[in-house]
Design a protein around this ligand. Structure first.
Ligand code: FEO
Length: 385
């Protein structure tokens, strides 16, 4: 798993965490990546979550082979990467922490640690020589948090990309489809910050990479343009895949039936990719991912308390928080006496940027009948158009 002979992997897998960041299910766990560069000076690139400190220190000592740690580069202070810093400082009291203007204040906030005389503050474009390896630092504010920076190692052309290009899933788990869990990770964790990601991609566009080393997920080595192009698509809020994502919020099953009927109509009319999700039971992070992935979305929801059924409201709140934009959306509402779901959904969607509601909006009274069935057929044609 080492990157090169002198850039070694010392990270850890966490396969017992119940929820990453206390909100994301990670059925295949997560990796906290950390790297050791061995040269005249040694540099550790980030630490790991406190949950894995002992294992990580064993990895580090093993690869250090008796040497000291000269530098710790802190790309990101979030505790899944900074959690083991105090233990590292205790073990290697002569270490120098490398960070930017925002890094050390934040570290003090988290760990109440005195960092006098053990820090090196770097800014955009600064370099640090380790011997034959040279680290060049690029600030990446809000590519998750404000203090984030990425590091380019010039000799072996390695980008240490912080959370960028990360994914859910432990490294020991088989995973042939990088994009699936990388997309769920991106849109839920970094998705709101498309503009900063675009800025970073532009900044790095002149560099020649052979490896991208993120803080989660595998080291990327081959066909790097595939990953970079996906990040460009995702961060510019462009759809990745032509298709319709149908998300429904059904109380007693009638709205679910309408959503399934709508999927059938779309397929019958030639739509090749149609994905249906039950918001009451689905992983909401996966639903957010799919909403961003496809170029069109259809929302089918029951009315509730003069608004919309709560799991749909929650889903739309998530989309709004992640800066969902530039999409076409079809609306199907259900209501037994005073349907209100469409109005509530429309209001939330219209507060987002560059959204288009596909007409007609379909209203179902309790369960599908001839009239609402015809509306559904008309809507399917409009969605395909
Ligand atoms: Fe993996 Fe933003 O921490």
């Amino acid at each position: 798993m080492d990157v090169t002979e002198s850039i070694r992997y010392i990270g850890t897998d966490d396969k017992t965490i119940d929820l990453f960041e206390s909100q994301y299910v990670v059925p295949k766990g997560i990796s906290y990546n950390s790297y050791l560069i061995i040269d005249d000076k040694t540099a550790v690139m980030d630490t790991v979550d406190l949950r894995c400190t002992d294992e990580w220190l064993n990895n580090l000592k093993d690869k250090l082979n008796g040497r000291e740690v000269d530098y710790l580069v802190v790309s990101h202070v979030e505790p899944d990467h900074s959690g083991s810093i105090l233990r590292l400082i205790q073990l290697y009291p002569n270490i120098t922490l490398v960070g930017n203007q925002k890094t050390f204040g934040m570290l003090k906030q988290f760990f109440k640690v005195d960092l006098e005389n053990c820090t090196l503050e770097v800014k955009e474009g600064d370099t640090l020589s380790l011997g034959s390896h040279t680290l060049k630092f690029y600030m990446a504010p809000m590519v998750h948090w404000p203090e984030v920076m990425v590091t380019y190692e010039q000799a072996e052309k390695v980008l240490f990309s912080a959370d960028g290009f990360g994914k859910f899933g432990a490294l020991s788990e088989e995973d042939d489809d990088w994009a699936c869990e990388a997309r769920r990770y991106y849109f839920n964790i970094v998705g709101k910050y498309g503009a900063p990601v675009q800025g970073l991609l532009k900044k790095l566009s002149g560099l020649d990479f052979k490896y991208i080393c993120p803080l989660h997920g595998p080291v990327l080595k081959d066909n790097l343009s595939y990953y970079i192009n996906l990040y460009d698509t995702w961060s510019s809020y462009k759809p990745e895949t032509k298709g319709v994502f149908i998300a429904y919020a059904s109380i007693h099953g009638n709205t679910a039936k309408a959503a399934e009927k709508f999927a059938e109509l779309l397929r019958a009319n030639g739509e090749e990719k149609v994905v249906v999700t039950d918001l009451a039971r689905a992983d909401i992070a996966e639903a957010v991912e799919d909403a961003f992935r496809y170029d069109r979305m259809a929302l089918a929801a029951a009315s509730y308390d003069a608004g919309v059924f709560p799991c749909m409201q929650e889903f739309l709140n998530h989309l709004q928080a992640k800066a969902y934009q530039k999409r076409k959306v079809a609306l199907i509402e259900n209501g037994s006496w005073a349907p209100t779901a469409a109005k509530a959904m429309r209001g939330m969607l219209e507060a987002m940027k560059e959204m288009e509601i596909i007409e007609p909006v379909v209203t179902i009274k309790s369960s599908l009948d001839d009239n609402s069935g015809k509306q559904l057929e008309e809507l399917a044609k409009s969605v395909i158009k």
